[in-house]
Design a binder for this molecule. Structure first.
Ligand code: NAD
Length: 261
């Protein structure tokens, strides 16, 4: 048995995973993949539908529960130990997936038309939320000497986007920088922190794009198709596993080759 496995303090059933934005899209696929791997999964979302998503995972044989949580609500995040009860002590995996990308008629707002409240909300959900959740979860991960934090960033963190507003790229680039700093701070505690940067993955967020936008993006994808949420979930599950013990502070691009550093 490797040292990494010994340090993990048990198998998948002993590693509770908290996935934000898990009612639908990438988050739902990540929750399903982690549940299938044997992790008890907490699905957190602002949408009522998160209950149904968790119920589907239970029907499929997984251990899953849903909570209503706005990741930008500092008081609600602070109360997570009480909310989760006995599950909290086994919290070992945090996937900061919740995100917003406001559009007007399926198109991005030009910078000069972004209202301050909208700028603040995007930063609050996409960047401050992961900060609050990571901060809250670090002590319980540190106590067992094992933890995995995965940030859902975006290709828009690397390159300008014709589809998402400037605040979105700013928040995701900030999230990537936050992940690297966190990785440097937490490595000695046995906690890894990595980013996943999807390109264009079919979800409600992407389906809401104006006509022609996804088709235009498609032309730039070497693999010739949009991605599936399950393909992102696979990478997250790897990063959350013992197999990824020697990866931290890195970003895995999941975009069919649409971004090559
Ligand atoms: P989606 O809109 O389909 O799902 C996002 C989920 O997050 C929703 O269930 C939503 O209710 C939830 N959410 C929003 N605000 C929240 C909050 N304050 N607190 C808790 N939950 C909240 O989007 P998706 O495509 O599944 O995207 C998931 C993540 O992946 C996002 O962070 C997004 O920025 C990122 N991403 C997606 C793509 C893509 O192509 N789909 C590409 C790059 C990055």
């Amino acid at each position: 048995m490797s040292e990494a496995t010994e340090n993990s303090g048990g198998g998948a059933a002993d590693h509770v995973a908290l996935v934000t934005g898990a009612a639908r899209g990438l988050g739902a696929a990540i929750a399903a993949r982690l549940a299938a791997a044997g992790h008890p999964v907490v699905l957190a979302d602002v949408l009522d539908g998160v209950e149904d998503t968790a119920a589907r995972l239970r029907d499929a044989g997984g251990e899953a529960r849903a909570i209503r949580l706005d990741v930008a609500d500092a008081a609600a995040v602070a109360a997570l130990p009480e909310t989760l009860g006995a599950w909290w002590e086994r919290l070992a995996i945090l996937v900061n997936n919740a995100g917003v990308s406001p559009k007007v008629d399926g198109r991005k707002r030009p910078v000069e038309e972004i209202p301050l409240e909208e700028w603040n909300r995007v930063l609050a959900v996409n960047l401050t939320g992961p900060f609050l959740l990571s901060q809250r979860c670090i002590p319980v991960m540190r106590a067992r000497g094992w933890g995995r934090i995965v940030m859902m960033t975006s290709q828009a963190a690397h390159v300008p986007s014709s589809i998402t507003g400037a605040y979105y790229g700013a928040s995701k680039a900030g999230l990537m920088g936050f992940a690297r700093n966190l990785a440097a701070e937490l490595g000695r505690d046995g906690i890894t922190v990595n980013s996943v940067a999807p390109g264009r993955i079919m979800s409600d967020m992407v389906a809401g794009a104006a006509p022609g936008m996804n088709e235009a993006f498609l032309a730039r994808i070497p693999l010739g198709r949009l991605g599936e949420p399950a393909e992102v979930a696979e990478v997250v599950a790897f990063l959350a596993s013992d197999a990824a013990a020697y990866l931290t502070g890195t970003t895995i691009d999941v975009g069919g080759g649409s971004y090559m550093p």
